[in-house]
Ligand binder design. Structure first.
Ligand SMILES: Cc1cc2nc3c(=O)[nH]c(=O)nc-3n(C[C@H](O)[C@H](O)[C@H](O)COP(=O)(O)OP(=O)(O)OC[C@H]3O[C@@H](n4cnc5c(N)ncnc54)[C@H](O)[C@@H]3O)c2cc1C
Length: 435
């Protein structure tokens, strides 16, 4: 959808037409309409630099778009202010998302993991429903229209592009520019510079999150297991072995290192720990819930049974053989021939296996960003900026990131709805005052 900017200042310009920006625009327009104010006045502008709108929605969940999760709470997010998340999720919950999409004609179905996907298993269904609603409500999308800088004065905001477009004047502004993950989608971190120019700060570290991990040469054996997948408990641990964060989920060994939901969930905690502790690494329990003592005692009672036969019942055979090799044990040995030392070494590798990580795979392969505009700089009630009047910030630009499972979209939906309602209130009070 292309359109020329209005000559009158826009009531509100939303920079970024990703999940949070689309939701904010819909929320403003619906809320205005419910107050008897026609939103079809070309004065709600969605501005996006991308050629194609909604790429992240289309690629999400492997092209199926994991819209939300059956149960969402603040514990699924990394943040400095859990109460803000708790309150946002309470005010627009996972059930509200389910109802919202149902109303747009998109039925969501729940998978055994609790993840919610469109029943069509096609992310296009989600994007089309949002864009149709934007269209129905008369919201204008300008794209490709990359915002380079924004000036703020008493009259509002002047939004500049580097192209030949004339600047746009808006009374209110929303930053929904996302973070730095998947920069080819248009979210390249420039939103942070815009936020800073309007008085905000950004966290010292901006790191890729939900990102695959590259093995350090000390753990090259992981690469040799490329193609193996297994459920495991993965701990990010400090150089002294202190457990910092743990996830139990599927893990995939690849030609570069580790991928899959478990390693991706833990990635931001490891990367963040490695900033101040180079020796931070992963510790993997290949048999979730089993302790060293349990496994050690199991192995000590194998008797004549072959070690590999037992291990095969617990983990993939190639993994079992690799761990035996590292423990210096012949996997074809009968249980009773294994020395105590070998058994303990193997039990250790099975339940507390150190894996050293060189780096993550960077923003190109990351699903979200850890870091951003500190949540303390936002008014928790409505996501308005505390640094600049008539400015709101929503979605991933804020320093909040969720684990895999639909939590990041839920954050985008919740913040968009809440900010949108507040913006509509602000517009309606200025309209009734004769704006
Ligand atoms: C591969 C992948 C898979 C994912 N899968 C899931 C999933 O299944 N479930 C889930 O919950 N989350 C998933 N996520 C995360 C989720 O997509 C994001 O958290 C969410 O899209 C963030 O929404 P947002 O609107 O805040 O930002 P974005 O979606 O990043 O949107 C920001 C928009 O702002 C625009 N923009 C940025 N800067 C400018 C500028 N200067 N001028 C104009 N426009 C600008 C961009 O073009 C972009 O369209 C996935 C992410 C990736 C990369």
């Amino acid at each position: 959808m292309h359109a020329s900017p209005t000559l009158d200042p826009a009531h509100v310009a939303i920079i970024g037409a990703g999940a949070s920006g689309l939701m904010t625009a819909i929320s403003i327009a619906r809320s205005l309409a419910s107050q008897g104010i026609d939103p079809r006045s070309n004065r709600i502008l969605l501005i996006d630099g991308a050629n194609k709108i909604g790429i992240k929605i289309l690629v999400a969940g492997g092209g199926r778009c994991n819209v939300t999760h059956h149960v969402v709470d603040e514990h699924q997010y990394a943040t400095t202010k859990p109460p803000i998340i708790r309150s946002a999720i309470k005010r627009f919950s996972a059930q509200d998302s389910i109802d919202f999409f149902e109303q747009l004609g998109v039925t969501l179905k729940q998978e055994p993991t609790g993840k919610m996907f469109p029943a069509t298993d096609d992310a296009h269904t989600v994007l089309h429903a949002l864009l149709d609603e934007v269209d129905r409500l008369g919201i204008t999308i300008l794209h490709p229209w990359r915002v380079e800088r924004v000036e703020h004065s008493e009259d509002g905001f002047i939004i500049h592009s580097d192209r030949e477009h004339p600047p746009i004047h808006a009374e209110r502004l929303v930053l929904a520019t996302g973070g730095k993950a998947l920069p080819k989608s248009g979210s390249d971190g420039h939103g942070y510079a815009i936020a800073q120019s309007l008085g905000h700060t950004i966290t010292k570290d901006i790191l890729p999150a939900l990102v695959p991990l590259v093995a350090d040469p000390r753990s090259n054996w992981v690469r040799e297991l490329s193609g193996i997948s297994s459920r495991a408990t993965i701990h990010a641990v400090s150089s002294t072995g202190k457990r910092l964060k743990s996830f139990t989920n599927d893990l995939l060994c690849t030609h570069f290192g580790l991928s899959g939901p478990g390693p991706m969930d833990v990635s931001r905690y490891l990367s963040s720990a490695k900033l101040s502790d180079k020796g931070a690494h992963l510790q993997i329990n290949w048999i979730p819930d089993a302790s060293f003592d349990q496994i050690d005692s199991e192995l000590s009672t194998l008797g004549k049974a072959q070690l590999i036969t037992h291990l095969r019942s617990l983990i993939p055979e190639r993994l079992a053989r690799s761990l035996c090799e590292q423990a210096g044990v012949d996997p074809s040995m009968p249980g009773h021939s294994i020395t105590r030392e070998q058994r303990r070494s193997l039990s250790h590798l099975l339940t507390q296996c150190a894996v050293y990580i060189q780096s993550d795979r960077g923003f190109t392969h990351a699903e979200v960003t850890a870091g951003g505009v500190p949540i303390e700089e936002i008014n928790r009630k409505d996501f308005a900026s505390r640094a600049c009047d008539d400015l709101w910030l929503v979605g991933e630009i804020l320093d909040v990131d969720g684990r895999i499972g639909g939590f990041n979209f839920q954050w985008a939906w919740s913040t968009g709805i809440i900010a949108g309602n507040a913006i509509a209130k602000s517009i309606s009070s200025s309209v009734t005052q004769g704006d």
